[in-house]
Design a protein. Structure first.
Length: 319
């Protein structure tokens, strides 16, 4: 088996070089091959993953050695193929990994040990999971609009200007965004499904006054916020959490609850929850609609999306 380690050299874990060196020492004793590929520009991880998938198919595993951006790119390169993705959470936020490994406090060493990369007994199961297709791109984690997207965009600008701040840049970005009214507009038509009644229905509204909309395949984003604590990666459904426009005074007490995955159930008067299979989101005047997907920002005037059921093969660790 070929294990292709795609490494983001700018990802956040300081022990990355030491960990990979130890893994490389283990592979010297195995029949399996370890191939190291570094990324140097946006999009590289997708290109590398697609290349090796085309060469080796299901005879290789693509190992993501970075954060959510690296996972996002690799998922786009492997969608619809027989090549599985393995996630070593070596980034800063690692939000998708929080869902995958069932904890907000990930111990990377334990993940590496669970896959057997230190003792040479490499083991894992392969599980097909869903993806979100949005305008032809793939999302593995969460797609969002509204205040959280503005925080992400502002935080990215701060982090670019002051790289030593790391993920703290996104915490700093909260203040200027929350200093303005949390009232934005969005139009949408969402195709929904009620698992209890097995009925399909539509949610739609034009120029909705909202603060935040999160469409979730997984649970965590934005460094640990949890709009969909009960999401499933393979159920063919996306979890919606949408909050009405609100004042700053109303928003501030909700932040901790939103991080803990409890705000939806406690504030149903301002939060809409549903399970979605597809939909359309747009701006009535054709203006740009800033969005965020797997930590990557985008600007479209209209977003068409759908769930792609079991479109990606994922390596699951055996603990």
């Amino acid at each position: 088996m070929k294990f292709i380690f795609i490494i983001n050299p700018f990802a956040g874990n300081d022990d990355k070089v030491k960990m990979l060196s130890r893994i490389k020492s283990t592979f010297r004793r195995l029949d399996d091959d370890m191939i190291l590929e570094e990324t140097h520009a946006p999009g590289d991880a997708k290109v590398i993953a697609k290349k090796y998938s085309g060469i080796y198919g299901d005879k290789c595993v693509i190992v993501s050695c970075g954060g959510d951006g690296t996972v996002h790119e690799i998922a786009n390169g492997l969608a619809g193929t027989d090549t599985p993705l393995m996630v070593l959470p070596l980034g800063t936020g690692n939000d998708f990994a929080k869902k995958l490994y069932g904890t907000k406090t990930i111990n990377v060493e334990n993940v590496i040990k669970a896959f057997g990369f230190y003792n040479g007994n490499i083991k894992y199961d392969i599980k097909p999971i869903d993806l979100i297709d949005y305008n032809g791109e793939k999302c593995i984690n969460v797609m969002s609009f509204g205040v959280d997207t503005l925080v992400a965009m502002t935080g990215k600008n701060i982090a670019t200007k002051y790289p030593f701040l790391g993920h703290q840049a996104y915490n700093i970005a909260i203040a200027p965004v929350l200093s303005k009214p949390l009232h934005y507009t969005i139009s949408f038509e969402l195709n929904c499904y009620d698992p209890e009644t097995r009925q399909e229905y539509t949610l739609s509204e034009n120029n909705k006054d909202y603060a935040l909309m999160a469409i979730c395949n997984a649970s965590y984003y934005g460094g640990g916020f949890c709009p969909a604590p009960n999401s499933l990666l393979d159920d063919g459904l996306l979890d919606l959490a949408m909050f009405d426009g609100m004042s700053l005074a109303r928003a501030v007490p909700l932040i901790a609850k939103y991080s803990g995955g409890k705000v939806n159930q406690d504030n149903c008067d301002i939060c809409t929850n549903a399970y979605i299979t597809s939909g359309r989101i747009w701006m009535e005047d054709g203006s740009s609609l800033p969005g965020n997907c797997d930590g990557e920002s985008f600007n479209y005037s209209e977003v068409n999306f759908k769930v792609e059921h079991k479109a990606l093969k994922l390596c699951v660790a055996r603990y």
